[in-house]
Design a protein around this ligand. Structure first.
Ligand code: FAD
Ligand code: DLZ
Ligand code: SF4
Length: 522
């Protein structure tokens, strides 16, 4: 073989049509895949997240080999493992003496910064290709965003609908006459709330081997491996998608914002882990959902809602990340500095909603969107937790978390730490919202109807504490200005009761011990 082309494929690039493989011939290409310590520990990822990624990587490598590609796969327990992407690429260049390195841009800023140094460190040229698994490139998003004060997702989403033709009529109008059926995505959980079960994938020998490795090397990381059943191959991911589209898409729209104690899946797709790894093509999923609508098999509020999450929110969040980095990682427009409390890691709290979301997070490395946003995120916002600590938590605990998707959701969507570029107002809410959208409150130690003092739902006084302490920043926002009229109409004593109750709750929060998210000393 003449000097080959070395094609590193990262853990979230498990797509057999990846840009770096396109146009390559199998006999002059060496694919490099690397399990590296740095990636597994830059935050102490949930054990199930590491198992998912390593197992999916091993399966993907085997599939590429079966398809005729040469794969140089470096395992974590290889005694010569250099511990980092850069170290492993340097070693691989020494082994294979390639003509060049050809790689797809990574998802994360941190990795891009390292990759940009490869050209200086390697004895061959480096070609970094755009990741064409997104509908909107980083450059296209920047063109759309530059010069705008508010990066309203809805306008971005309409552009993508036009670009892809998804749910568009022949004369360029949105299907059904409206762009967005968000108002039809908010049914509270009433009556029978039992959704068809998703397929579960028992660990095979490869996954079992990885589970043993992770228990051995990362045993002190957060989370349980008892329920591990994520799809780890394209075939499994396709089965999960088939089951969602056939059996749950229909009610996805109605119950998108509903929460039920102990019901971790409801009508959600649970496809984010597979999409983010590259096992599923997001645009193809949307086209399949659209076909279900065209065939009369699923209603528009569900199909539009699902498509909006994927080609709307997911694409927008990724563009936003690259547009706002690196400042986004440091952003703290609300001046929030309170340490994250220990119960975010242990789940030991009397708040039934929070405890249930953290249980699902620990057991499944997953919680659904409204749990992440309106329970865990809302509490972090109104209690004023430090954005970097909150971002670390979300990056650790969810199996679908990579900084490009986690950070905008945390810093900009839930914490308003970007000062309102993404969200038009903070997603702050009292216990009423959670009571309306869930069955949590009935058996809680607190009551959403008690506003202050003994037995009060903590979300109630913290909501007003948040509004009061951030008045200067929020009062001029026309979407929340009227809230201050309500606050001002209360008597001085009533306001003091709210603030005193909130202070008592905040004083009672035990800060998390060091070492949950990052190794002590990092
Ligand atoms: P479904 O409810 O079935 O939605 C369908 C798909 O839409 C998802 O699979 C996902 O690909 C996409 N999607 C929906 N909302 C978003 C969003 N806000 N941003 C990006 N994609 C979206 N999603 C991640 O993939 N990784 C994360 O690290 C992540 N962190 C989050 C942190 C916070 C604070 C919040 C509020 C949301 C976060 N999300 C994240 C978005 C969303 O909660 C998850 O994508 C979703 O819960 C995954 O479950 P699902 O596949 O069942 O989603
Ligand atoms: C998250 C993760 C982990 C835990 N381990 C690896 C790894 O060992 N090798 C790898 O190629 N990728 C891993 N990943 C995913 C990477 O962190 C991800 O590809 C980059 O952050 C770029 O988004
Ligand atoms: Fe959560 Fe408050 Fe309801 Fe308890 S009463 S479940 S803390 S919203």
């Amino acid at each position: 073989m003449t000097a080959p082309v070395l094609v590193p494929i990262l853990g979230d690039q498990l797509t057999n049509t990846l840009a770096s493989l396109k146009g390559m011939t199998k006999d002059d290409t060496v694919v490099l895949m690397m399990e590296v310590w740095d990636e597994a520990t830059y935050v102490k990822h949930h054990k199930a997240k590491i198992v998912l990624i390593f197992s999916a990587m091993r399966h993907f490598a085997a599939e590429l080999e079966a398809d005729g590609w040469t794969v140089d796969y470096v395992r974590l327990d290889d005694p010569d493992n250099a511990g980092s992407f850069t170290g492993e690429v340097v070693r691989a260049v020494e082994r294979h003496e390639p003509e060049r390195v050809r790689v797809v841009e990574p998802g994360e800023w941190r990795v891009r910064a390292a990759m940009d140094e490869w050209a200086d460190k390697l004895a061959c040229p480096v070609e970094i290709l755009p990741d064409d698994r997104f509908v909107c490139s980083i450059a296209e998003f920047a063109d759309w965003a530059d010069g705008r004060d508010h990066l309203t997702m809805e306008y971005f989403y309409r552009e993508i609908r036009r670009k892809t033709g998804l749910l568009m009529t022949a004369d360029g109008k949105p299907a059904g006459g409206a762009w967005n059926y968000d108002k039809e995505n908010r049914k509270p959980p009433k009556g029978e709330m039992v959704a068809p079960e998703r397929p579960r994938f028992e660990p095979d020998d490869t996954t079992a081997e990885v589970i043993a490795l992770v228990e051995d090397r990362f045993g002190d990381h957060f989370g349980s491996l008892d329920n591990f059943d994520w799809p780890v191959t394209r075939d499994q991911a396709e089965k999960a998608a088939d089951a969602f589209l056939a059996r749950r898409l229909g009610k996805f729209g109605d119950y998108e914002d509903a929460m039920v104690h102990g019901a971790d899946q409801l009508w959600h797709s649970l496809l984010s882990t597979s999409i983010n790894l590259g096992l599923l093509d997001p645009l193809e999923l949307c086209r399949r959902a659209e076909a279900a609508y065209d065939a009369g098999d699923a209603p528009l509020n569900s199909v539009e809602g699902f498509i909006r999450q994927i080609v709307g929110w997911r694409e927008y969040i990724r563009g936003f990340y690259w547009h706002q980095m690196p400042a986004l990682a440091e952003a703290n427009a609300m001046g929030a500095h309170r340490p994250l409390p220990e119960f975010y890691w242990t789940g030991e709290t009397d708040m039934r909603c929070v405890a249930d979301c953290i249980r699902s997070t620990r057991d499944n490395a997953h919680a659904h969107h409204i749990q992440r946003l309106m329970v865990l995120g809302n509490f972090a916002l109104i209690a004023g937790f430090d954005p970097q600590q909150v971002a670390d938590w979300y990056l650790v605990v969810y199996a679908d978390a990579y900084e490009w998707v986690e950070l905008p959701n945390v810093a900009a969507m839930i914490l308003y730490a970007d000062g309102g570029k993404l969200a038009t107002k903070p997603y702050a809410a009292s216990g009423n919202y959670i009571n309306k959208m869930s069955d949590y409150c009935g058996k809680c130690a607190y009551s959403p109807n008690v506003k202050t003092g003994e037995g009060a739902c903590p979300f109630n006084p913290l909501y007003w504490h948040f509004m009061d302490r951030n008045r200067a920043a929020l009062e001029k926002n026309h979407r929340i200005g009227r809230i201050y009229s309500t606050w001002d109409r209360m008597s001085d004593d009533r306001r003091a009761e709210y603030l005193d109750s909130a202070e008592a709750i905040l004083q009672g929060l035990e800060p998390a011990r060091e070492g949950w998210a990052r190794s002590e000393g990092d």
